[in-house]
Design a protein around this ligand. Structure first.
Ligand code: ADP
Ligand code: LRH
Length: 495
């Protein structure tokens, strides 16, 4: 029991924030103290993250945190997965980290890796969905780079921020599971894979588990932020999706999640990985969760298709208003075009509306003309992918899904949530938007003792306080249920 104050440093591919979490006897209240933009930029021949710039924003956020709360216990860091910085023997960052959407992980690089370890053997060990940007493929591209001989450590991005805050160099295990180099059963680095891929055994610093204390703040961080030297950095589910899953306010045991941001991560929380041929063929991933859980999920295209479309339109000099577009898209009929959002042609930054139109044309579908039609096509296609993925997850695990929790920025998209309810034929509960920060804080609170118990117990306590939006499927359970979708009737207009 008791009251403690924590900070979640949560940085997504599209934006970052520092969120204060006040925990009182397991109940969590969040206050966002700082927000900042993020995005990969072209620099020195590659698509890169400005991690030094992001760290400067982290220090601004921690300064604001200290101004508002004088009793901060700890701080936890999460970011998107798979990317890393390279350090030399003196701990210096050799270059700003390359972003996972960079095109250096070409089909030839992937084929080179599979010559050393065939794809099915990789899956048997790491249990990961095949994605071109998984860390091990990025490292294979890196091994041909001029900087490689100077590399001492590869450090995942939240761990790099943790290193700059504390001086402690570790690899947090949930995010390590996205490197493709971790054994999904033992959750330790596979010495065999590292050897076969010609990577040093200690390329990644030693593993740390969520909930373990990483260290105290470095004197220069104390000086820059004004935070007391007593503040610790605690390891959390540093893969943002791992923290998001902790923060899902599930109470029904038959739940699934859609962590909806730049990506949609769609799946189940399991006690153990599913490494069957069926799971590999369906391209499901077994990522490491907090408390040794397995995040059995698929990466589905995500709101990147929408945000990149908005970026293209704004580059054309005619920026669109998201709320207006969603409202117009909501008026369009249900039988519009649906594309495969997982198509790898959508990964790189480029003209997204044009790529979407081409995909529709190639699939023999109606080609969206207006911006609203493009938006409708993206959202309907995402909803269709959610439905397909959840059906597969049920089949592969033998579990039933009754409730779909949508968390993250996409929980604010009422049209997407309604289309998801309709396509899956299940109730969608939307929120919280800041599930990742919530899950980050929950793990810290347990270390501090202000929250206790299993993830289920902690979720039940936080769910109690949240105001979730409920979307009932239309056209599946008949008109009786339509009345319960009160929050959404205003936003959807059906022909
Ligand atoms: P990430 O962590 O990957 O950066 P977020 O979880 O922050 O992503 O979600 C960002 C997405 O949320 C945006 O791309 C946008 O589509 C959606 N979003 C944010 N605000 C709103 C809003 N007010 N209405 C609808 N969608 C929103
Ligand atoms: C979501 C996410 C996802 C990864 C991708 C690189 O932010 O962490 O889980 O696959 O980014």
């Amino acid at each position: 029991g008791g009251r403690t104050v924590h900070a979640a440093i949560d940085i997504g591919a599209s934006s970052g924030r520092v969120v204060a979490g006040v925990v009182d006897d397991g109940r969590v209240e969040l206050h966002t103290v700082h927000r900042f933009a993020n995005g990969a930029v072209r620099a020195k021949g590659r698509l890169r993250w400005d991690l030094s710039g992001l760290f400067a924003e982290v220090l601004v956020g921690l300064t604001r945190l200290g101004e508002r709360f004088d009793d901060v216990t700890s701080v936890g860091v999460d970011t998107w997965a798979v990317d890393y910085g390279l350090l030399d023997a003196d701990g210096r960052l050799l270059a700003e980290p390359t972003a996972y959407r960079d095109d250096r992980t070409s089909p030839a690089v992937l084929a080179g890796v599979h010559e050393h370890v065939p794809a099915d053997e990789l899956y048997a060990v790491n249990g990961l969905q095949s994605l071109p940007f998984t860390t091990l493929y990025q490292l294979a591209a890196e091994q041909q780079d001029v900087l490689w001989p100077r590399v001492r450590h590869a450090v995942l991005l939240p761990d790099l921020i943790g290193y700059w805050l504390t001086g402690a160099l570790r690899t947090e295990v949930t995010n390590a599971s996205t490197t493709g180099l971790l054994d999904a059963r033992t959750r330790t680095f596979s010495a065999d894979l590292l050897r076969r891929l010609d990577l040093p055994e200690d390329l990644f610093p030693p593993l740390v588990q969520p909930g373990e204390r990483l260290g105290g703040l470095l004197p220069e961080v104390v000086a820059a932020t004004g935070l007391p030297a007593s503040v610790s950095v605690v390891a959390v589910g540093s893969h943002d999706t791992a923290s998001a899953v902790v923060g899902v306010p599930a109470t029904d045991p038959r739940w699934a999640y859609v962590s909806s941001g730049t990506w949609s991560l769609v799946g189940l929380e399991l006690d153990a990985p599913v490494l069957t041929a069926g799971s590999r063929e369906a391209n499901f991933t077994n990522e490491g969760g907090v408390d040794g859980r397995t995040r059995f999920l698929r990466n589905v295209g995500g709101l990147w298709l929408l945000s990149e479309s908005l970026r293209s339109w704004s580059d054309e000099g005619e920026p669109a208003d998201l709320a207006d577009l969603l409202e117009q898209a909501g008026r369009l009929p249900d039988d519009g075009p649906v594309i495969d959002v997982d198509d790898e042609r959508f990964i790189a930054p480029d003209d997204m509306p044009e790529r979407i139109r081409r995909a529709c044309r190639e699939a023999g579908q109606a080609v969206p003309g207006t911006r609203a039609e493009v938006v409708r096509c993206v959202l309907a296609s995402l909803a269709a992918a959610y439905a397909r993925t959840l059906d597969q997850a049920e089949r592969l695990t033998g579990r039933r899904v009754e409730v779909v929790h949508v968390v993250g920025g996409g929980a604010q998209n009422a049209l997407l949530c309604q289309l998801a309810a309709d396509a899956t034929g299940r109730t969608v509960l939307a929120g919280p938007v800041e599930a990742t920060a919530l899950g980050n804080v929950m793990v810290q609170a347990r270390t501090a003792g202000s929250s206790t118990g299993t993830l289920e117990e902690m979720r039940a306590r936080t769910a109690d306080r949240l105001d979730l939006r409920r979307y009932a499927p239309v056209g599946v359970h008949g008109p009786d249920d339509v009345g319960t979708a009160t929050q959404t009737t205003a936003t959807k207009a059906r022909p």
